[in-house]
Design a protein around this ligand. Sequence first.
Ligand SMILES: Cc1cc2nc3c(=O)[nH]c(=O)nc-3n(C[C@H](O)[C@H](O)[C@H](O)COP(=O)(O)OP(=O)(O)OC[C@H]3O[C@@H](n4cnc5c(N)ncnc54)[C@H](O)[C@@H]3O)c2cc1C
Length: 373
Amino acid sequence: MAFSFWEDQTYLQGHDAVVIGAGIVGLSAACRLAELHPRWRIGVFEKSAFGDGGTTRNAGFACFGSPAELLEDRRDLGDAAALELVRQRLDGLQTLRAWLGDAAIGYVPCGSHALYLPDGSGMSPVALEALRDLNAWVAPVTGSAETFRRERVSGGRGLAADLVADASPLEGAVDTGRLHRALLEKARGHGIEVVRGVEVRRLTAGEPVELVVRRGSEGERTVHAPKCLVATNAFARELVPEADARPAANRVLVTAKGAAPAADGTYHLEAGYVYARHLPDGRLLIGGGRHWGLDEAGTDARLRAWLGRLWPGAAGVPVEYAWTGLLGVGAVREPWLKAVGPGTVAAVRLGGMGVAIGAGLGRKAAELLAKSR
Ligand SMILES: Cc1cc2nc3c(=O)[nH]c(=O)nc-3n(C[C@H](O)[C@H](O)[C@H](O)COP(=O)(O)OP(=O)(O)OC[C@H]3O[C@@H](n4cnc5c(N)ncnc54)[C@H](O)[C@@H]3O)c2cc1C
């Protein structure tokens, strides 16, 4: 449907800065831009009703990395850069909690468990010596001598009693929907206009930046703005072909009520490629599986098998929700934050820990954009 004269004149024109994508990065960046430039008119263009990316479809882990993920980061990035990444995750989470408040985002400091099965299937436990070394390496940013502690799981919270875990008291969980709503409310409080149903089809960096936008399948219009931030994560290459961020699909299942005792808790499995947590009313969430490379039915079957293995009482409980979400991944887990041309910055490649790192990245992206020419 073509834009009306009114829609065009009211919602598309005259912005000082346009943010593309109303996920955690785009909304956080828009808020930070408004703090830096309270008189700017800031618009966020979002192509879909709730968002097609990870922000309303994620599992709600407020995490900075299980031992296996941190070992991978150290291997891929080196010790200094990997430690800086952990610092950014913790910092992003603090930013989010300070901005929005724990009650508004349903933050629960429930800790996490990286679980291992006794036969080593799924993944063998990280060697104890490597765990000690990891604790010493990460202590300067977590402020704890024992970020991870090897434990036997005793069967509480409905879990099978034969599991081994690396427990961390420092991770937590959020209510993904409430976090999104709280961010939107914060953005509205700054006078930021979030315009939904507007897809940016083409972007040309310049002075000003030129955006070709569309509503539905027709009615393209050209819009200009002095500054533009691309915060489209998995979809980044559609507008910034050089971005090292490609889409990866994660699957999520949520059971009916009563699958487990009422509890809080988050669990990492298979080096973080599979994850599970408690939800209110005894529901369980399990998700991930992108490393299996299977179709949805195959992934669902494996996720269900994990669920029954970890929570024997959940084996026959029906799944009430099943969805797929897209995240942006690349060669390493560091976000891809770059000025990609005059007045244009991209902040993408959030990977699987975007809840923690997203607000901090948004803040940095806004500061880079505000300084850009
Ligand atoms: C299933 C799943 C589970 C996850 N679980 C966790 C978790 O438990 N903990 C964690 O920390 N992270 C998790 N993540 C990752 C996390 O959700 C993401 O890293 C984070 O949400 C990315 O935020 P973002 O703002 O960069 O991108 P997104 O939330 O993807 O937002 C990008 C937005 O841009 C919009 N868009 C794209 N192209 C255009 C265009 N051309 N024009 C207009 N709009 C456009 C999209 O519709 C989307 O709303 C998970 C991700 C998935 C998919």
